[in-house]
Design a protein around this ligand. Structure first.
Ligand code: SAH
Length: 410
């Protein structure tokens, strides 16, 4: 048994009158302004009971006075956060993916998606026989040993247990919880040269210690598979903007695109992109990997009057907080306008936003504006979103962040 020092609730978080509505709706966040008082001397990271002013009981939250989100509900009811709790919640989350039948054709996917799997602050991704976890809150951070203990015991569909467990608690959001950034191998051995996993039977190498997020944008799996349709890309000229390690590029090349051009500012990412493309489709003499700013590269193609059959626009998050929304809106408009401008008549555009603060509705309006400005008539062939292992709880709509459109532009 691991240390259960933090298992028992230690005190009570009493809500202000009239501030219980989100909790009645089973939303897990308690903002600092909703708290009337704390009783019982809880310390940061402790579990606490949550009640209304009248004493009605909601459940158990973890407490962090440093964060605007001062309480996060871990259980709706009286529950110790002991080893049994972790075993059950982690297994439940993993089992929630069973219906997807991802293995063995896909061995890289998300097992635990934080709030969206009712475990606020904890992300766990699987890459082949390796597990990568992120602690995003104080409540999770202090319980790291208990969680790692469970991850060590987790059995994969192939019967194996983790060969290595890596911590990637280097996300910027940790600052808001008063936590330092930290990452490293916690258990086992991890090959320094990277780990190979498969996604829809294509192979990808990932740097689990230094790559973005946990190493790969697993949330784009279904959209990459879409681009891997021969009917979309065979014999076509494809431009993959914000290519990272070549996820979309590898699918397009494998489906027989005549040429795939990958653009990203990061040279190491592009080196890995080339390795990933060639691993799956060895002979690609016409492909290019361009290190540069997508905005400049698109303007360059515009000047040269070069055109493409298919363009992917998967930029990083433009809106990090509400004050960024206007600027982000302009960013998405500009990039889509530029993209449409160099798309052949009848060409296809896959365009995305991973900003949670830009709703699918708003994103569609922004792209519409770009089409009007580009003087193109666009049809939505498909609405796109994060893959299903990146669960969305109906009670936590903030978890729906990745949206996109497959457009045909005349
Ligand atoms: N489509 C990728 C993920 C893209 S993540 C996949 O499926 O794996 C966003 C990428 O954009 C990162 O690799 C980052 O290096 C790159 N990037 C950010 N700003 C950029 C810019 N202005 N020009 C080019 N690349 C940029």
């Amino acid at each position: 048994m691991t240390s259960e020092k933090y298992a028992k609730p230690n005190g009570v978080m009493v809500l202000k009158k009239g501030r219980e509505k989100p909790l009645l709706n089973q939303h897990p966040w308690i903002f600092s302004g909703a708290i009337e008082r704390m009783e019982g001397g809880a310390k940061p990271g402790d579990a606490v009971y949550v009640t209304t002013l009248k004493g009605d009981f909601f459940g158990v939250a973890v407490y962090n006075p440093v964060s605007q989100i001062t309480g996060r509900i871990m259980a709706w009811g009286d529950q110790e956060l002991d080893d049994d709790y972790w075993q059950e919640t982690i297994q439940q989350s993993v089992a929630r993916r069973d219906w997807l039948n991802l293995e063995p054709n896909t061995t890289g996917y998300r097992l635990i998606n934080a709030e969206s799997d009712s475990i606020p602050g904890l992300i766990v991704d699987k890459y082949d026989d390796y597990l990568v976890f992120q602690c995003l809150t104080k409540g999770i951070d202090v319980r790291k040993n208990q969680i790692v203990h469970q991850l060590k015991n987790l059995q994969f569909p192939n019967g194996n247990r983790a060969k290595g467990i890596i911590e990637r608690s280097d996300a910027a959001v940790r600052k808001k919880e008063g936590l330092q950034q930290t990452s490293g191998v916690i258990e086992g051995d991890v090959p320094e040269d990277g780990v190979w996993f498969v996604e829809n039977n294509l192979s990808f190498k990932v740097d689990l210690l230094k790559g973005h997020k946990s190493g790969f944008y697993l949330d784009q799996r279904d959209n990459r598979q879409l681009l891997g349709l021969k009917s979309l890309v065979e014999g076509k000229r494809v431009l993959n903007c914000f290519a990272y390690t070549g996820g979309f590029s590898a699918y397009a090349a494998h489906a027989g695109a005549a040429q795939v051009i990958s653009v990203d500012t990061s040279v190491p990412s592009l080196e890995l992109a080339e390795e990933n493309v060639l691993k799956n489709t060895p002979d690609r003499p016409d492909d290019e990997f361009i290190a540069g700013n997508v905005f400049d590269v698109l303007r360059h193609y515009q000047d040269q009057e070069e055109q493409f059959d298919v363009i992917v626009l998967d930029p990083p998050k433009f809106a990090h907080s509400a004050k960024d929304i206007n600027k982000a809106t302009r960013g998405y408009r500009d990039i889509n306008l530029l993209g449409m401008d160099i798309l052949k008549p009848g060409g296809k555009l896959l365009t995305f936003s991973c900003s949670g603060l830009i709703s699918a509705d708003l994103f569609q309006k922004i792209v519409f504006g770009a089409a009007v400005d580009a003087n193109r008539y666009a049809t939505i062939l498909k609405n796109l979103h994060q893959s299903a292992d990146h669960t969305i709880s109906l009670h936590f709509p903030e978890g729906y962040y990745l949206k996109g459109l497959l457009l045909e532009c005349q």
